[in-house]
Design a protein around this ligand. Structure first.
Ligand SMILES: C[S@@+](CC[C@H](N)C(=O)[O-])C[C@H]1O[C@@H](n2cnc3c(N)ncnc32)[C@H](O)[C@@H]1O
Length: 313
């Protein structure tokens, strides 16, 4: 980790919108399921002062170490846990937290991941093909995925999680270039697939790297599992905010929030309700909140961020 990372490891996105929509009150109990460098957490703790409590969860031990330093001034108001947020209910219960007033999830990779070539997330800087957010866990590395998956499975993965229309050709090129152990070699193999005069603005490897990262860390599965748990943990009037960075994630949040905020889910042609499904939340944001041009200029990574918030009934 460079001095630059230590000084400014990650700029929290949509911070003002998070503070406004989560409506934190003094003394609030808060859970930050994606603690990262603790930027959002510090602001939430300020808002919940002087005695609000925060449980901070992250699967990356390095992020936790940074957050511990940043949040040290809040002393015993902060509890840090190394774990995955899709175990939020169990992690909270183990620390005696039965209900929370606010829960935040700021999904995905952090600048610390992307900017450190040794973590293997970057196609711009060469590094080992790793991509595990928790290097101590039992998830496969990106190298294991690209070197062992059959070509068809690789193509499906690149299509499903990267939505790259050249997924089949990319998978063929990856298989031909095996064994791959470095991000630079993988990026070069993908670049060879794309026509010379590309009009697209993004790097040819962007979508494949996104797909591998999502698969390695089971990102979409974790998001699907955490949403009902987080809503279950909210106190009445408590709020859950989720920030996502691409359409696959946003779709999961949008659909889950729609279901959780709907009473009857019987087919429309059915005259009488038989499902007894009842809304447990109301939508605070009907449309997702996004960054304004000033924030995007300051922090280009915020350009695709979307914040959706619900309130427990
Ligand atoms: C975008 S960063 C969060 C940044 C943070 N809000 C801040 O202000 O510094 C996302 C963090 O969530 C963590 N993370 C991603 N998926 C996770 C999961 N399933 N369980 C726990 N932590 C996860 C990553 O390790 C990363 O540190």
């Amino acid at each position: 980790m460079t001095a630059e990372h230590a000084a400014q490891p990650h700029t929290p996105v949509l911070l003002a919108a998070v503070l406004e929509t989560l409506a934190i009150r003094p003394g609030a109990t808060i859970i930050d399921g994606t603690l990262g460098a603790g930027g959002h957490a510090a602001a939430l703790l300020e808002a919940a002062g002087p005695d609000g409590q925060l449980l901070g969860i992250d699967q990356d031990p390095r992020a936790l170490a940074l957050a511990a330093e940043r949040l040290a001034p809040f002393g015993e108001r902060v509890t840090l846990v190394h774990g995955r947020f899709d175990r939020m209910a169990a992690l909270a219960a183990a620390r005696g937290i039965a209900a929370a007033d606010a829960i935040l999830l700021d999904i995905g990779v952090s600048s610390m991941h992307l900017d450190d070539p040794e973590r293997g997330f970057s196609f711009l800087q060469d590094g080992p093909l790793d991509m595990r957010m928790n290097p101590q866990g039992d998830a496969p590395t990106a190298a294991e995925v690209v070197n062992t998956y059959p070509e068809e499975e690789l193509a499906d993965l690149i299509w499903r999680y990267g939505e790259d229309r050249l997924s089949r050709r990319i998978a063929r090129a990856i298989v031909a270039a095996r064994p791959l152990s470095r991000t630079g070699a993988l990026a070069a193999a993908i670049e060879g697939v794309y026509p010379r005069r590309r009009t697209e603005k993004i790097h040819p490897a962007t979508r494949t790297f996104q797909a591998l990262r999502i698969a390695v860390n089971d990102e979409l599965g974790a998001l699907e599992r955490v949403l009902p748990q987080a809503v279950g943990l909210l106190a009445p009037g408590g709020r859950l905010g989720v920030i996502t960075f691409h359409s696959l994630e946003d779709r999961i949040v949008k659909q889950a929030f729609r279901l959780l905020s709907t009473d009857c889910i019987c087919p429309p042609e059915q005259p009488v309700c038989t499902c007894s499904h009842r809304a447990v939340v109301r939508l605070v944001t009907r449309k997702p909140l996004t960054s304004d041009p000033a924030e995007i200029a300051r922090n280009p990574r915020s350009r695709s961020a979307k914040l959706r918030v619900v309130e427990k009934l």
